[in-house]
Design a protein around this ligand. Structure first.
Ligand SMILES: Cc1cc2nc3c(=O)[nH]c(=O)nc-3n(C[C@H](O)[C@H](O)[C@H](O)COP(=O)(O)OP(=O)(O)OC[C@H]3O[C@@H](n4cnc5c(N)ncnc54)[C@H](O)[C@@H]3O)c2cc1C
Length: 391
């Protein structure tokens, strides 16, 4: 079928849905068509840890200004929707156990503060530290608080005892991205946006001007304005226009853990351990890891940046854990192919393991992983003697 639109948006992830909402609801543009080959918000938009921060160390203030404007818009949506998007303002808490890390945190915080993040307060210092509430986002401090010495353990008693500095970024937190996307999409559709299911397979462009878009369904939409919000599909859509940009994809994944013993307090901010980390393997485990060139690196120092946060608000027992150390660029493939070894980690998580059984379970997962031919992620069955430990 042939139709026309003032604007066609390719991609109904959070970016495309937000673009359609702003065009139709805020700018009153008629005949906005949102096109996606899959259900809205189901590619990367429902997979993230859904956190935000106005912490962007440079090289200049471009990203800081961009995200600050985005956070203004998030707060507007939270206010308008009665906070059905569950915006929180608990902050990001970067922590380190070494003095070099503490110096780095302090100097970076001064730089980001100068770029426009807001003031940097140090504790102990002239002003008392103002705690972040578990819920709500209004009337809270901006900038950052740098805590040293006893202040750290008084304020965040659950941090490791050897923590020497903790930097709390205040205009930061998380929200429910699917709730936000659904709210934006509902309002956009009510304002006249049409959703069309199909893959954009061609873009007609004459003399540098867009003239229309073709879909895999055979539909053709005449339009002079085409918004590309294709997420990791961006290079493929740009190919249709004969354009290339220096962008690449990394494969990121998060793990959802059930923290039935509240190892991490439910009112904690987003916790980020910045130091390189060595896992405390037994001698036998270490020898086994070191014996295989593929696993050798896990026996040594692993990069910093373990991120953990409670899921949702103060209730529940789930945590998101993300620790990105696989950063090689990859082509976009769907569904993504993860190393088969992660299937064993999945089994480990599903079993609900008490902290005192962690070593035993990790060792089981590694043994199972070494014998898993992969790459297909099949079901993982725990042996009976271990299921005794489950709830
Ligand atoms: C594990 C993980 C953790 C993350 N944590 C965070 C975080 O804490 N904070 C943060 O800000 N970001 C985080 N991110 C990143 C964030 O999730 C993404 O940046 C965001 O989801 C991108 O949204 P999008 O709308 O651009 O793309 P997507 O949600 O991927 O949507 C793109 C859409 O375009 C469609 N599409 C592509 N090509 C075509 C075509 N040719 N025709 C029709 N449709 C097409 C796709 O079907 C898809 O629906 C994380 C990501 C992951 C994976």
């Amino acid at each position: 079928m042939r139709s026309n639109a003032e604007v066609v948006v390719c991609g109904a992830g959070i970016a495309g849905v937000a673009a359609a909402y702003h065009l139709a609801v805020r700018q009153h543009i008629r005949r906005v068509v949102l096109v996606d080959e899959r259900d809205p918000l189901t590619l990367t938009s429902d997979k993230g840890t859904q956190a935000y921060r106005n912490w962007w160390p440079g090289p200049d203030d471009t990203m800081l200004r961009l995200v600050s404007r985005s956070i203004d818009l998030l707060e507007e949506s939270a206010a308008e929707s009665g906070n059905t998007i569950r915006l929180s303002r608990r902050g990001y808490l970067f922590a380190t156990a070494n003095e070099a890390g503490a110096t780095r945190l302090a100097s970076t915080a001064e730089r980001v503060s100068a770029l426009g993040m807001g003031p940097l307060r140090t504790h102990p210092g002239p002003l008392p530290y103002a705690p972040a509430p578990a819920e709500g986002y209004r009337d809270l401090p901006i900038g950052a608080d740098l805590l040293r010495g006893d202040e750290i353990h008084r304020t965040f008693p659950y941090l490791a005892k050897d923590t020497v500095a903790a930097l709390h970024i205040r205009r930061a937190g998380w929200f429910n991205a699917v709730a936000l996307g659904s709210w934006l999409l509902g309002r956009a559709v009510a304002a006249g946006v049409t959703f069309m299911r199909g893959r954009v397979t061609g873009v007609r462009a004459d003399g540098g001007r867009v003239g229309g878009v073709q879909l895999s369904t055979g539909d053709v939409i005449d339009t002079e304005r085409f918004v590309i919000a294709a997420g990791p599909g961006l290079p493929n859509v740009l190919d249709l226009l004969g354009v290339s940009l220096p962008v690449f994809s990394e494969l990121h994944a998060k793990m959802t853990l059930r923290d039935t013993r509240q190892t991490v307090r439910r009112d904690a901010p987003f916790l980020i351990w910045i130091d390189e980390t060595q896992i405390d393997w037994t001698k036998a485990e270490r020898l086994q890891l070191e014996s295989d060139p593929e696993t050798r690196r896990f026996a040594g120092l692993l990069p910093g940046g373990v991120h953990v946060r409670p899921v949702d608000l103060a209730h529940g027992d789930e945590l998101y854990l993300i620790w990105t150390f696989e950063t090689a660029p990859r082509p976009f493939v769907w569904p993504p192919e993860f190393d088969a070894r992660y299937a064993d980690a999945r089994g480990y998580v599903d079993a609900i393991v008490y902290p005192e059984n962690t070593r035993e379970m990790l060792s089981l997962a590694l043994r199972a992983a070494l014998h898993n031919p992969g790459p297909h992620l099949g079901p993982f069955v725990l042996p009976a003697y271990l299921t005794e430990e489950t709830e």
